[in-house]
Design a protein around this ligand. Structure first.
Ligand SMILES: [Zn+2]
Length: 315
């Protein structure tokens, strides 16, 4: 039928558009909630209380790309989701984005060939650090709390993407051929779906003891990327067993165990970045000219009745 044929074409187009996005929405949401559930008690409780908002935002960087396909935003955003280590063997990896861009220029590589994920993770951790420093100064300010939830959600996305091993390799969608072309085999799409396919009742809780701040933010990010990259070969060994989009995933299968390990790794890494931002926020000095204490709060639940007269100057 025409309808089902056009539906199939639409589905195919969506799958192409969704390629190389990282864990799908359910995977990002689930790992983000696991991270929030494991935060140390020393961290402010409004973060865990805002789990619905943070989990919603944890998919947003892929929404930017999907809804703004082939725009400047899409092209700028895309490389923030991966970092292909094969280009960087033996390299002292630059710790700042602009140093990395210069390194790419000197080595005749485009930044979008290598990827920029570590810098997105550093910068979003630092934005969250800044917002949490404001929260320490003005703990009752609701706008600052909202800002923290948004930043925490966006940070979660980039952090979790690099825990998908295919986001750390040039072999991101099948092994490259001799000419260096990707066969676009479809493996990427299958792996992105794995965490979302794990049974809802599977206990993926992470040990709060593991949710410790990173000693060195950049070194910790690179270590996590290397750990993910070390699983690329295992993933290709499992390729024939990866479920198709309409197939379920057994938790006690080799692929199920692989997916559960990656889900816990992604949750732990996310929690560690939140803990890092909280620790570092304690040493941020707020300059004397910066004052958020007199900001209006959003309207609390107002009584339904309107005032009899407009306030002076209102309208
Ligand atoms: Zn992504």
């Amino acid at each position: 039928m025409t309808l089902s044929k056009s539906a199939a074409v639409l589905m195919a187009a969506l799958l192409v558009a969704a390629a190389a996005q990282g864990w799908h929405d359910p995977g990002h949401q689930r790992t983000t909630r696991l991270a929030l559930a494991a935060l140390p008690e020393s961290m402010p409780s409004f973060l865990a209380d805002g789990a619905d908002t943070i989990a919603h935002l944890a998919f947003e960087p892929d929404v930017f790309r999907a809804l703004m396909d082939d725009t400047d935003l899409d092209r700028t955003e895309s490389p923030q989701h991966y970092f292909d280590l094969e280009h960087l063997e033996g390299v002292d990896i630059p710790t700042a984005r602009f140093d990395m861009l210069r390194w790419c220029g000197r080595n005749n590589l485009r930044p979008d060939q290598v990827g920029l994920a570590p810098y997105a993770i550093v910068e979003w951790t630092q934005r969250l650090t800044s917002a949490l420093a404001e929260h320490r100064a003005w703990p009752d300010n609701p706008h600052i709390r909202t800002k923290c939830l948004v930043y925490a959600g966006l940070l979660a996305h980039y952090a979790q993407d690099i825990c998908q091993p295919l986001h750390t390799t040039v072999h991101y969608d099948g092994r490259l051929d001799e000419a260096g072309r990707s066969p676009t085999s479809g493996i990427h799409q299958k792996v992105d779906a794995l965490i979302g396919k794990l049974p809802d009742d599977l206990d993926l809780a992470i040990d709060p003891v593991a949710a410790q701040p990173l000693d060195d933010l950049f070194a910790g990010i690179i270590a996590e990327i290397r750990s993910s990259h070390a699983r690329v070969d295992r993933l290709y060994e499992l390729e024939d067993q990866l479920p198709d989009p309409d197939e379920s995933l057994q938790a006690d299968s080799p692929v199920g165990r692989f997916a559960a390990e990656r889900a816990r790794a992604a949750a732990t890494f996310t929690a560690r970045l939140y803990a890092t931002a909280w620790r570092d926020s304690a040493s941020i000095e707020i300059p004397p000219w910066h004052d958020r204490s007199a900001e209006p709060s959003p309207p609390a639940t107002q009584p339904a009745a309107a005032p009899a007269t407009m306030p002076a100057g209102g309208g």
